[in-house]
Ligand binder design. Structure first.
Ligand code: AMP
Ligand code: MG
Length: 407
């Protein structure tokens, strides 16, 4: 049914390179901090003033002049965090001070409350060390110093830093507008009981969760296995067809009589960049481009979805965000033998990743077919097994891609 003969399968690294090269950075926008988690920063954030901007007490205690060596003092004020009452201390005077409060003058030291005995408005020093217990102005950062470099994905910690610097509406990469289409006459929604021959659609849930973990949402559609109807659906301006940045089509990517994704993408004006990947699972993968938009035809098998989303679609999201290309692969050790069969394609094997004795170890999960969902629930990684590899023994060093935060 496809218009032109299929080019040879594209190797995994090449697919990654094609995706990175095709997905241009999306525009920049500003967002409030409350919506900025996981967004990619587009401006370097500098300290607008010294951090901290004033000398603060690091402890609860009594501020005295460093050169005042008396052991009994008169308490002349009590400063809490937020107070600002500068004063010059005379010999024999102390100011009671709380953690975080601004010191009333230069040249002071804070004696910890634990090292004192208080009687009415007097304090006796029981122990005096050389530590000043002061967080000096500018000791964390100097005014103008770059503190968060762009581009980077904003973590909870980075957001806290931005908040402290007053960067309340950072400039970040715009989020891609995503449309996901599940194709297949055999599919029924999860809440429905399938008749014989039918199955429940699990890929929509998988795609939704993958996107949600990245702060993204999609418009989820169901397309009938009918070329004309699917084309009409995807051209419908009500679905924002023209504004789509990322089109994900589940199923129909291979060469069966009803597998029309390739023709559909061509008809919608997409240029096919990859028509097949030399990977298992994921062979009938399609990657296509229309202007700055990208489309993926994802093989319907759930395991293929799992792998292609975390490998190739992730690369597209990073490219949209304007992040520099980095390898998704990390090194780990096999926690058990992996029974590969010498397949001629690179295999991406679902695995359970655990930190063990300071190494990352991977337990290969049972895998009979790419349609198996039972192993997916525990899969938080997949192992890259080179083409032509047979059994790999426990302890072998392997490359893997983590799919959830590391253990
Ligand atoms: P296809 O890529 O359309 O040839 O589909 C390959 C396999 O994946 C078939 O067994 C389909 O039934 C299955 N499949 C396709 N779409 C989904 C889906 N949304 N959820 C679960 N399985 C699917
Ligand atoms: Mg299908």
């Amino acid at each position: 049914m496809n218009a032109t003969p299929l080019p040879p399968p594209t190797a995994l690294d090449e697919v990654l390179a094609v995706v990175r090269g095709a997905g241009g950075p999306l525009a920049t926008e500003t967002v409030p901090l409350a919506l900025a988690l996981g967004r990619v920063l587009r401006e370097t954030i500098v300290a607008p003033e010294d951090q901290p901007p004033f000398a603060r007490s690091a402890v609860d205690g009594f501020a005295v002049r460093v050169d005042d060596t008396a052991t009994e003092f008169r308490i002349v004020d009590f400063l809490r965090a937020g107070d600002w009452r500068p004063r010059t201390l005379a010999p024999g005077e102390v100011v009671r001070i709380a953690t975080g409060a601004a010191l009333p003058a230069d040249g002071l030291q804070v004696i910890m409350v634990e090292d004192t005995a208080v009687e009415a408005s007097c304090v006796r020093v029981l122990r005096r060390d050389t530590e000043r217990h002061v967080r000096e102005r500018g000791e964390d950062a100097r005014r103008g110093q770059p503190l968060v470099n762009a581009p980077c994905r904003l973590s909870a910690g980075a957001l806290a830093l931005l908040a402290s610097l007053g960067a309340a509406t950072p400039r970040v990469a715009r989020q891609p507008r995503v449309v996901h289409v599940a194709t297949g006459n055999e599919l029924v929604p999860p809440e429905q009981t399938p008749a014989t021959g039918q199955i429940r659609d699990s890929n929509t849930t998988l795609v939704r969760a993958f996107l949600a973990a990245r702060g993204l949402t999609a418009q989820h559609l169901r397309a009938p296995e009918d070329f004309a109807a699917a084309t009409t659906l995807l051209r419908d301006p009500a679905h924002g067809a023209a504004e789509t940045d990322l089109l994900l089509i589940s199923g129909g990517a291979s060469v069966g009589e009803h597998d029309f994704t390739r023709r559909l993408l061509t008809d919608l004006g997409y240029e096919i960049l990859v028509a097949k990947a030399a990977t298992r699972p994921g062979k009938p993968l399609l990657v296509a481009r229309r202007g700055t938009a990208l489309a993926f035809g994802l093989p319907g098998n759930p395991l293929a979805h799992f792998v292609c989303l975390h490998l190739f679609v992730q690369a597209a999201l990073d490219a949209f965000a304007g992040l520099p290309p980095t390898s998704p692969f990390r090194d780990g050790l096999l926690a058990a033998d992996l029974d590969n069969d010498g397949n001629g394609r690179e295999t991406l094997w679902p695995a359970h990743l655990v930190a063990h004795d300071s190494a990352l170890t991977l337990e290969p999960l049972r895998w009979i077919s790419s349609g198996d969902l039972s192993s997916l629930a525990r899969a938080n990684a997949f192992i890259r097994v080179p083409a032509g590899t047979g059994r790999l023994a426990r302890g072998t060093r392997v490359a893997f891609v983590p799919t959830s935060p590391s253990p």
